[in-house]
Design a protein around this ligand. Structure first.
Ligand SMILES: NC(=O)C1=CN([C@@H]2O[C@H](COP(=O)(O)OP(=O)(O)OC[C@H]3O[C@@H](n4cnc5c(N)ncnc54)[C@H](O)[C@@H]3O)[C@@H](O)[C@H]2O)[C@@H](O)CC1
Ligand SMILES: Nc1ncnc2c1ncn2[C@@H]1O[C@H](COP(=O)(O)OP(=O)(O)O)[C@@H](O)[C@H]1O
Length: 471
């Protein structure tokens, strides 16, 4: 599991760590780790320019520039404010023979040490000018701790900021490196441990990795399992207008760990579902989880009420999102995309896209439900506990019907006994990985994504899942 902590938690941990080892040792560890990545990563034959701000982030950059120079490679520094630069760091850089330039222009490799976790989001003045230059010329950029100018704690980018190809972050990840538009500005994130681990509390954001199959353990059938102990998932989806959604939700439900799929809906649609998937039972009955809404018709509200009355976990998607009662339970999983969440919260879609985490939390708080906000980095917010962000997948997954497959898979995971946060986050993870598996580097259909899920799930359980994202 990847973990991210907010600025206050990092500051508190640094304070405690510094009591044990001293501030200087912490910074030296950070600079060492940064220099190692730079020496391994930086394109050879080009001189990097280290952009240096007034605080400790600039200090890290200065010490790292010194290390790079000491190892025989060229390095220039460019000070944002020559009156305010980390003194010991500047002395080290000068002693190592690092060059000094007044402006970064002309460099094609940048190390961004302007601001770190001490920054307010949005750069101004000279730093904003550097951000504009960087956006225009796109030098290869490594950010120190965080790209300068992002909203470190919320993942927003309300003003000028740098955009990195790689970010070397210290001690723990930060929310802004995982969620929202800021995460896109971070590029590939490398975690450099600097010994904060023992001093950090519970993370605010987590992300599943290929090593987290333990989350699926409660859903794995053992020797004496049968179809009912594996869980029954009930599907209330599709309509005469959108019969395909019924097939796709069923395909998603059948791809997961549950042992039985029921379908409740329009008779003609139910007949088609059974023709295509003969394992499905087209009748109401006891279920351990419901999926309601994809391709739903005028009766989506009635289906939602019926599902909620059953007192089992419910996945609420698409049309059913228009019929929410005032209060829901934590085992109800709402699965809007940004447009649907905007409608639910009566805001513009662009507002949700610029600050997805806040809006997902708002919805979770308002309804008391678990919210899975779909997108490039799908976000799962439960009423309590850390947010989970999904780092698997491919932009090719943005294809009609793939959300229907996801809702079916989530229903299966819930029916098999996973708690809502785990079901939602592992469902998004497997769904994204299946899209890559279905056709690496190219287009996929929702049907192909569903078909790829069982093998991806098996590989995940066996600890041999690779290539789970294409970015
Ligand atoms: N505290 C420590 O011992 C460690 C800190 N480390 C580094 O220190 C960084 C944090 O250092 P600081 O607390 O000095 O903070 P920063 O280096 O982020 O800089 C804060 C300074 O920038 C100014 N500032 C804030 N927002 C601004 C904006 N939008 N535009 C212009 N100026 C702005 C502030 O007034 C303040 O003077 C971390 O991100 C990390 O890189 C690492 O060396 C690891 C150890
Ligand atoms: N750019 C993207 N990168 C990765 N995944 C994406 C991207 N765009 C959409 N997705 C994923 O594709 C799925 C689309 O779901 P949804 O919008 O509900 O589609 P539909 O309603 O057609 O089924 C979601 O799982 C979402 O996270």
């Amino acid at each position: 599991m990847l973990h991210a902590h907010d600025v206050a938690a990092v500051r508190a941990a640094e304070e405690l760590a510094a009591r044990d080892v001293g501030w200087d040792a912490l910074m030296q560890q950070a600079a060492d780790a940064l220099a190692e990545v730079l020496l391994a990563e930086l394109p050879s034959g080009r001189t990097p320019v280290f952009l240096v701000g007034p605080g400790n982030n600039g200090g890290d950059a200065l010490f790292a520039a010194a290390r790079v120079r000491e190892r025989g490679f060229p390095a220039n520094v460019c000070l944002l404010d020559p009156e305010h630069a980390h003194e010991a760091g500047l002395a080290a850089a000068r002693a190592a023979g690092v060059g000094e330039v007044d402006e970064p222009h002309g460099h094609t490799v940048v190390v961004d040490g302007i601001l770190g976790i001490g920054a307010r989001a949005g750069l101004s003045g000279r730093a904003a000018g550097w951000a504009a230059w960087q956006a225009e010329t796109r030098p290869y950029t490594v950010a120190v701790d965080v790209p300068s100018g992002i909203g470190v704690d919320d993942g927003t980018t309300p003003g000028p900021h740098l955009v990195a190809d790689r970010t070397v972050t210290f001690g723990t990840s930060k929310p802004g490196l995982l969620v929202g538009p800021a995460a896109d500005a971070a590029g590939t994130v490398t975690l450099a441990p600097i010994g904060l681990g023992p001093y950090l509390g519970e993370p605010v954001v987590e992300a599943l990795t290929t090593a987290d199959a333990g989350v699926l353990a409660p859903a794995v059938p053992h020797g004496d399992a049968h179809k009912y102990t594996r869980g029954v998932v009930g599907v209330r989806a599709g309509s005469t207008q959108f019969p395909g959604a019924a097939h796709l939700v069923v395909a998603g439900a059948q791809s997961g760990p549950a042992g039985y799929v029921r379908f409740v809906g329009d008779d003609a649609v139910a007949q088609q579902v059974v023709l295509r998937a003969p394992e499905v039972v087209p009748a109401a009955g006891r279920v351990q989880a419901w999926v309601v809404g994809p391709g739903g018709g005028d009766d989506a509200g009635t289906h939602l009420s019926a599902a909620l009355a059953d007192d089992v976990p419910v996945v609420v998607d698409a049309t059913a999102l228009q019929h929410l009662p005032d209060h829901l339970r934590a085992d109800v999983v709402l699965t809007p995309h940004a447009g649907e969440l905007a409608t639910l919260l009566d805001v513009d879609r662009a507002e949700v896209e610029s600050d997805p985490w806040t809006h997902a939390r708002t919805a979770s708080g308002r309804w008391g439900a678990t919210v899975l906000l779909k997108g490039r980095r799908t976000i799962v917010v439960a009423p309590t506990g850390p947010t989970r962000v999904n780092l698997s997948g491919t932009a090719w997954l943005g294809t009609a019907g793939s959300g229907d497959v996801l809702s079916g898979l989530l229903g299966s995971l819930l029916a098999s006994g996973l708690p809502p946060r785990d079901a939602a986050s592992v469902g998004a993870f497997l769904h994204g990985a299946a899209a890559v598996r279905a056709n690496p580097g190219g287009p996929v259909t929702a049907t192909a994504v569903a078909a790829a899920i069982p093998a991806v799930l098996a590989d995940f359980l066996a600890g041999r899942l690779t290539g789970e994202r294409d970015w």
